[in-house]
Ligand binder design. Structure first.
Ligand code: 5BU
Length: 473
């Protein structure tokens, strides 16, 4: 009943017009919807807001903020936000040339899930432009709610970009009600219906907007996690997404390699417990090298116990890992207590510390399945102040704050090969371009080469070029 009332009222105030109109797409249409007039009719705006709110609840649309598409939907989005007590943003048609130069007005956080509101969808082009602008700023878009779908292919064009259109009205609903209530005659009805039948698919006149790749530099800006920020900054500054896995037994050799390879890596990964000659003085030398060459130290400790135990393992014992490592990793198997324990131990330091969760393993026949990986991502989201990414084999989340780090990497000649203890290798290009990971971890590919420093540079260049290719640069 509310919908019928809405249609009749829209017709009465002149939002639905019959005649001959040229649409944005160039198409000549016998019907035109001008919902901008709604701004002058508060009672009707209120009705539209109530109907929108009901639709959101009926279709369980989940979101944090609302974005109105200018100009037609600004009043609709504002009305809806007042109704459901959510905050709103909007994307300017052009960035201002003065003042803040914001393209997006209003307050939002990176990764906020945004519901787009528009008045009318025809081809979907306006919504696609809005999606692009929001995604460029790290805002997630999965749903758009429109008052009227002209039934000319808009929802199909938009869903191709991973956004679902929910519509309150369709042109045929409007025609049916107007005919039933004698607002239009049968001839007008037939003519309009015929137009709809032959113009169901207005193509989008611009390139589709895929979920845009964001650069490391932009991700450093977006993330609130200090460890992730620092790592993205180093990666961007040094143009390196290479982590060297320094799996050697002699600390002197490790220090020599760190000094030689340090300029080309963003991370040096240790297995501190495989060193034969561990001592804290040498650890200090490694820390000094990490400062000299601006890389982070990642102790690949793979914590996996109850919170109380991992807390001691992380900060105490012989190795005192928390003192010198920038970040560590943990299996997600033990759940949030384990993460919490590590987090508590990290809190005693002023400088940022962080942890990666192991969401996938590179080795053959490992026991991790899809559900485990998905639950790991959820655990990371719940602790995103401390967990800033994953050890994984492919990209697991669109959240740009999380970094995806992939071990099991060697150049082509060993692609698809495994060592005789189950390690499986893929190439840097596959990991970065196809599997969309951010950082490659290379151990023996560098260590066993004739000239480790030279080989590391090759891995660095290959991985960074693959990343630039992913960004389309
Ligand atoms: P490699 O020499 O490049 O195969 O060494 C890989 C390193 O990454 C090694 O230190 C492993 O302990 C580490 N690793 C891995 O290979 N696979 C995994 O799934 C995880 C860590 Br988690």
């Amino acid at each position: 009943m509310e919908i019928e009332e809405l249609i009749i009222e829209l017709f009465n105030i002149g939002c639905v017009k019959f005649g001959e109109f040229t649409l944005k797409s160039g198409l000549k249409s016998p019907v035109y919807f001008d919902l901008r007039i709604l701004v002058s009719y508060p009672k009707l705006l209120k009705l539209a807001s109530v109907i929108f709110a009901k639709k959101i609840s009926d279709e369980s649309i989940d979101f944090d903020i609302v974005c109105g598409v200018p100009y037609g939907a600004i009043s609709l989005a504002t009305g809806l936000c007042l109704e459901i007590n959510k905050s709103m943003i909007f994307k300017r048609k052009d960035a201002k040339s003065h003042g803040t130069k914001n393209l997006i007005e209003g307050i939002y956080k990176p990764n906020d899930r945004c519901l787009i509101i528009d008045d009318v969808i025809t081809s979907g082009i306006s919504i696609l432009e809005t999606i692009e602008g929001l995604r460029d700023h790290g805002v997630q878009v999965k749903d758009a709610l429109v008052l009227l779908d002209r039934e000319q292919g808009g929802p199909e064009n938009v869903i191709a970009n991973n956004v679902k259109i929910h519509s309150v009205l369709k042109t045929s609903d409007v025609l049916n009600i107007l005919l039933k209530r004698n607002k239009i005659n049968q001839e007008m009805y037939n003519k309009t219906q015929e137009f709809l039948n032959v113009n169901r698919n207005v193509s989008v006149p611009t390139k589709p907007v895929k979920e845009k790749e964001i650069s490391f530099e932009e991700r450093a800006e977006i993330t609130n996690n200090k460890m992730a920020k620092k790592l993205f900054q180093i990666m961007s500054l040094k143009q390196s997404n290479l982590c060297f896995s320094a799996d050697v037994e002699s600390f002197d050799l490790l220090l020599k390699l760190a000094d030689e390879i340090g300029p080309n890596i963003c991370i040096l990964k240790t297995h501190i417990d495989i060193l034969n000659d561990f001592n804290m003085d040498k650890v200090q030398e490694l820390v000094n090298l990490s400062i000299k060459h601006n890389f982070l130290i990642f102790e690949d400790r793979k914590f996996a116990d109850i919170g109380n135990t991992v807390k001691s393992q992380y900060s105490g014992g012989v190795y005192k890992i928390s003192q010198w490592s920038n970040f560590v990793n943990a299996h997600s198997i033990a759940g949030s207590g384990c993460v919490q324990g590590l987090k508590e131990a990290a809190l005693q330091y002023d400088e940022p510390k962080g942890c990666l969760l192991i969401a996938q393993l590179s080795c053959k026949n490992n026991l991790i399945d899809k559900t485990y990986t998905e639950k790991t991502v959820k655990l990371a989201e719940e602790h995103s102040d401390f967990i800033f990414g994953f050890i994984c084999q492919n990209k697991l989340t669109d959240n740009p704050g999380f970094i995806h780090i992939t071990p099991g990497i060697q150049f082509n000649e060993n692609n698809g090969m495994s060592d005789n203890l189950g390690q499986q290798y893929t190439t840097p290009e596959m990991a970065i371009l196809q599997n969309k990971c951010d950082v490659i971890v290379v151990g023996r590919g560098i260590l066993k080469s004739e000239n480790p420093a030279e080989t590391a540079l090759k891995y660095k260049n290959t991985a960074y070029e693959a990343y630039l290719k992913r960004l389309n640069l």
